[in-house]
Design a protein around this ligand. Structure first.
Ligand code: ATP
Length: 257
């Protein structure tokens, strides 16, 4: 089982606050992310998940508090790579050119090996526009990983995909996480996805961490395992503020809207 490699802290958030004018989105957040962790961040729409990820990526600054990567303050210079829901591929560049963006000339082997790994070697010369949604997200994943980031940030990367493609992508992300040993932070609305992938799930509520749930299950995760079902139910209970959530209810549907 690949998981957190002990106490080596990759990322530390200390007393993070973020406001947009009078809107106080994040009020006080402390979090330590260790090397090899796979953290999932869940919470109701608008609770500040993407804002938090954008701060970790260095795209936004906190209003107060400190954000440190390998002990150094993050100020628009984050070492993390981020992957978005829409993939953000450049439509006028081919698949392999998209993956190679920002790389030095002569990186062909690196690009080819990642394209092969995500199952898209035959599509290297295609334009993104002719790919399916799932294939585009594979390209986006390859483009993020080609830089060998220490920290991979995933902002609802599978939200637009159908359920089967999402499960295939979970397998791929999990395999790559084990192989390449990066640290990952995933923002998702899908509590099952969070429990399938993460060793720690964090629920944000009213600007704070309301629940920090460890998932002590081996990979690949069996969705019918009692601990899996119990963890999903516990997290949904926290988010929805309900007494009990039936394991048969569809978490995605429950969180939509
Ligand atoms: N640049 C901005 N200016 C003003 N308000 C913003 C800005 N960015 C985010 N917000 C507000 O901050 C709050 C949190 O937004 P954020 O996108 O982080 O939520 P989220 O939890 O990711 O939501 P969702 O699950 O719907 O994607 C929202 O009320 C949003 O409108």
């Amino acid at each position: 089982m690949a998981a957190s490699k002990g106490n080596e802290t990759v990322l530390e958030l200390s007393g993070i606050q973020k406001s947009f004018g009078s809107l106080h989105v994040l009020k006080n957040m402390d979090l330590k992310v260790n090397k090899g962790d796979f953290i999932a961040i869940v919470g109701k729409s608008g609770c500040g998940k993407s804002t938090l990820l954008r701060m970790i990526a260095g795209l936004e600054s906190p209003t107060a508090g400190g954000l440190y990567m390998n002990g150094k303050p993050v100020k628009g210079n984050s070492l993390a790579k981020i992957m978005f829901q829409d993939g953000r591929l450049l439509p006028w560049k081919t698949v392999e050119q998209n993956v190679g963006l920002g790389l030095k000339k002569g990186s062909h082997d690196k690009i080819a090996s990642l394209l092969k790994r995500v199952g898209l070697m035959e599509r290297a010369k295609d334009w993104p526009g002719v790919l399916s949604g799932g294939q585009r997200q594979r390209v986006a994943l390859a483009r993020a990983l080609v830089h060998e980031p220490e920290l991979l940030l995933l902002d609802e990367p599978l939200g637009a995909l159908d359920a089967l493609t999402r499960i295939e992508m979970h397998q791929l992300i999990e395999e790559l996480w084990k192989e390449k040993q990066f640290t990952a932070i995933l923002v998702t609305h899908d509590v099952e996805e969070a429990v399938a992938l993460a060793n720690r799930v964090i629920v944000i509520e009213e600007g704070r961490i309301a629940l920090h749930q460890s998932i002590n299950l081996p990979y690949p995760r069996q969705r019918e395992h009692p601990i899996f079902i119990k963890s999903v139910s516990r997290i949904l209970h926290q988010i929805l503020g309900t007494e009990k959530v039936s394991p048969n209810q569809e978490p995605r549907k429950l969180l939509e809207g």
